[in-house]
Design a binder for this molecule. Structure first.
Ligand SMILES: CC(C)(COP(=O)(O)OP(=O)(O)OC[C@H]1O[C@@H](n2cnc3c(N)ncnc32)[C@H](O)[C@@H]1OP(=O)(O)O)[C@@H](O)C(=O)NCCC(=O)NCCS
Length: 281
């Protein structure tokens, strides 16, 4: 296998073929969005049959850790190739930098384990039909679309609710600004729960136009949790997604986040996909 230049059209063809074969894109949305940015590195490798491996490494500002995802051509997969693909893609990470690998295919997971990696985290996608109505005793907050004045409170709630979370736990107003710059971001699709003037929680929804909406982030201030605010917020988020044409909803959640997993399950969502993060033992 030898490194080749990253030609977008050729890479895109391979990634589409892999998506068809696996029923899921090889790269997460975070990786896809990071390509071309100054905090990511990409690589492509060919063997005698042509392009067979593509890797993306991206730096997470919050924990200063690189994470890597690796796509392998379906017709080239075997245990040796899976290991070789991980080895070459690891070369994208700056020397000595802390790094992890994300994998969801069994063959890739087994190759990572053979190379000395161990699972440190598991993330579920939970999915379901958007419920028409949510049964909830009215909480004591008002819910409305985000306004500029809410941003400081929203960032503070985010950091308290996600304290210790590897990517989400240290948001800054600047970090929120980069979210706002994403092409899908719409302030009207961000709901804020307020107790008087105070932000008690928020829910960022996302709709890409294919009938599937996403609860991108939902958080309630720890002091206000388990009083029905999350249910009120997600109910309003579902209304926004439904009004835009979504019928199904996806959320991504750490498997270890029992409160959130139970919260989503209580709304009828069930896990339908799982990806795992590996670090060197
Ligand atoms: C997940 C979260 C938004 C839920 O908000 P909330 O306001 O506490 O939730 P609600 O009070 O509306 O609870 C609704 C249901 O969720 C479930 N639930 C919520 N918190 C729970 C907990 N700590 N343990 C078990 N079940 C819980 C229960 O089924 C509950 O219904 P019930 O009160 O009738 O038992 C909140 O826990 C939170 O902000 N967590 C930190 C951030 C986070 O993890 N966000 C999701 C990331 S994907």
């Amino acid at each position: 296998m030898r490194p080749v230049s990253y030609e977008e059209s050729v890479v895109t063809r391979l990634l589409e073929m892999i998506t068809q074969a696996d029923g899921h894109p090889p790269f997460s949305e975070h990786k896809r969005e990071s390509i071309g940015g100054d905090r990511s590195r990409v690589g492509a490798w060919s063997d005698t049959t042509g392009l067979c491996v593509v890797g993306v490494a991206a730096l997470h500002e919050a924990n200063r850790r690189w994470s890597v995802e690796i796509a392998v051509a379906p017709d080239r997969r075997d245990p040796r190739m899976e290991e070789a693909a991980i080895r070459v893609a690891m070369g994208l990470v700056p020397h000595t930098a802390d790094h992890t690998i994300w994998a969801f295919r069994t063959d890739q997971i087994e190759a990572a384990i053979r190379l000395g990696y161990r699972e440190i985290r598991s993330v579920l996608r939970m999915a379901g039909t958007i419920p028409e109505e949510i049964d909830n005793a009215a909480s004591r907050v008002t819910i409305g679309a985000m306004e500029e004045v809410d941003i400081g409170g929203l960032v503070a709630v985010n950091n308290r609710a996600f304290r210790g979370h590897p990517e989400q736990g240290a948001m800054t107003a600047e970090g929120f600004g980069s979210l706002v710059d994403r092409p899908w971001f719409d302030p009207a699709a961000v709901l804020v729960a307020k107790a008087g003037e105070r932000v008690a929680g928020f829910c960022i929804t996302k709709y890409a136009g294919n009938g599937i909406g996403e609860i991108f982030v939902i958080a309630v201030d720890p002091a206000d949790q388990q009083s029905g605010i999350g249910r009120d917020l997600i109910g309003s988020g579902f209304d926004v997604l439904r009004s835009r044409g979504a019928r199904t909803v996806h959320v991504w959640v750490d498997k270890a986040n029992g409160a959130a997993v139970r919260f989503y399950a209580s709304l009828g969502l069930a896990d339908d996909f799982r990806t795992r993060e590996f670090a060197l033992s």
